[in-house]
Every structure is written in structure tokens, then in C-alpha cells.
Design a protein around this ligand. Sequence first.
Ligand code: NAG
Ligand code: NAG
Ligand code: NAG
Length: 266
Amino acid sequence: MMDKLLFFILSLLIGYLKSQPLPNCEFIDYYGRYYDFSPMEQSVGYEVTLNDLTYIVSVCNTNSYCEMVTGVQGTASCGSENEGKYINMGQYSTMTLGDLPYLVGNPSLQGAQLNYTTNSGCFNGKKGTMTTQINLVCQPGQDNLITSSGLYDECLAYMTLEGDGPCPFQNVSSSSDNSNQFECHFLGDSVAVVYPNQQITCTGQGKTVCSYSSDNDGNLSTCASNSDILCQTQGEIQCFGENLVCSHNSFSCGFQNGKPFYPNQN
Ligand SMILES: *[C@@H]1O[C@H](CO)[C@@H](O)[C@H](O)[C@H]1NC(C)=O
Ligand SMILES: *[C@@H]1O[C@H](CO)[C@@H](O)[C@H](O)[C@H]1NC(C)=O
Ligand SMILES: *[C@@H]1O[C@H](CO)[C@@H](O)[C@H](O)[C@H]1NC(C)=O
């Protein structure tokens, strides 16, 4: 029974997710959790040196230091071996986001995999496509740090970047100070609604799925239905559906026949 329900929810979600391209920096994972990595941008990027390899990367941005040392505009990632010359390890324009490996069946894992690539060659002068593969892993409340890194081969570098930055949208608003208002963030067919410490009620007609964190540990609850749906929670919720309304008193937003509508400011 539970398995059937879960399968139903997941197939709904996947159906929605496959239907359109997502903008940079925003991502919805296999479990329907919404991420926005743009707050992880910082001008200096992230740096790590391990076993004679130094990597410098930016998340969702070009890296000005890499642009300087490689002489390549638009690079987001660069590296050097044995303190040698920095090579370009990937252009920002090639960024892709996908699910973390082992995410399926492991919902307590939260985050995404980010790749950059470039055709300008690999380490040791090897020709080919260089890929930087960064596993962004949520660790609530922790500083963002690269915790492991290395080369699978001359053309494939990997890193794990852990911290609060890669945590899903649920609960992140509690840490930002100027967001004490009703907000709706649209991402393709989904809307994430935030109203810190206030009750949010969502109703939908037709296929609708909503998820929200059910406790301070970030555990997610889901409500889903083929006909009518009513979800109620505090603070944050994310929903998919063609016809849905999330509201608190006079504030509301959602989708009407698949078209987003924004909060009224009464
Ligand atoms: C990142 O690159 C690796 C190696 O090419 C690939 O296996 C993986 O699917 C890519 N992930 C994303 C999110 O593009
Ligand atoms: C969610 O927010 C609460 C209140 O700020 C905090 O105590 C809790 O640790 C947060 N949980 C996660 C998973 O970030
Ligand atoms: C919430 O998640 C934590 C850590 O994953 C787990 O130990 C706890 O049992 C979960 N609580 C509920 C109510 O599912």
C-alpha cells in the first residue's frame, strides 16, 4: 500500500519534472525537493589542495581568478597539478545539474551533482573533454567546504562540496533575515511558497503533489491526489499541479490551467 502510494507520487513528480528545461542554479531532485544554488555564488569561489592537486571552482558563476590564471573567459573551474600551470577545467555555460549518485532509495541524502565541461583539453596536455564533477551535499548549518577532491582520470576531476548552501528550499528561508513575507518562487511546473512561521494552505484540482518539511530535521511529508488535495503546513511548501492555490489569508499564488499566478498584495 505504502509502496504503491510512493510509486504513484514519484511517477507524478517525474512526469512533471521531465516536461521542461530548468533554469540555471535551480534544481528539483528525484524526491521533488527544490534547490536554488545561487546563494552559494561568491567572488573568490571555493578552493582545495589535496595530493598536489589544487582546484578552484565557483558554483553557478564564472570564477574571476580562474579567468585570470587561465586567460579563458567564462571558466568556472580551474586546477593545477604540482603547482604547475592552471588549466581550464570547465566553462560556466556548460553547467548541468543532476541527482546525486545513490540518491534513489536514500532520501536522507540532499543535494545535487553539478558538472562543468570544456573542450580545451585535460591534465598532462591530454586532448579531450575535461569534466569537473561536483557533488553538492547538504549539511544543515555547516559552512560550505570542499571535503574531498581528486582526479578519476586526466579528464575527470571530482569534488564534494558540503555545507548549508546545497540544502533544499524547505527550511532555508528561516536563515535569511529579510524574508518575513509571503513569497512564491516558480520553477517550471512547480511553485515553492514561503511564509516564515505562518500557516500555508494549498488546494488543488486534478493531479497535484505537494511536499513540505514535517519537522526541524528536514524530514519531508508529501500529499498527493488525482482529484482534490488539501495540504496545510507552517512556513514552506512546494507543489506541482495545473490548478492549485496556496494561500494565507489574502495572500495567494499558484497555477491556473497551468499558468502561474503571483501573490496579490492586498
Ligand atoms: C557529470 O559527469 C559524469 C562523468 O561524465 C557523468 O557520469 C554524470 O552523469 C554527470 N552528471 C551531470 C549532472 O551532468
Ligand atoms: C530548520 O530551521 C530551524 C529553525 O531555524 C532550525 O532549528 C533547524 O535546524 C533547521 N533544520 C534544517 C534541516 O535546516
Ligand atoms: C526524521 O529524520 C531523522 C533523521 O533522518 C530520523 O531519525 C527521524 O526518525 C525522522 N522523524 C520522523 C518523524 O520521521
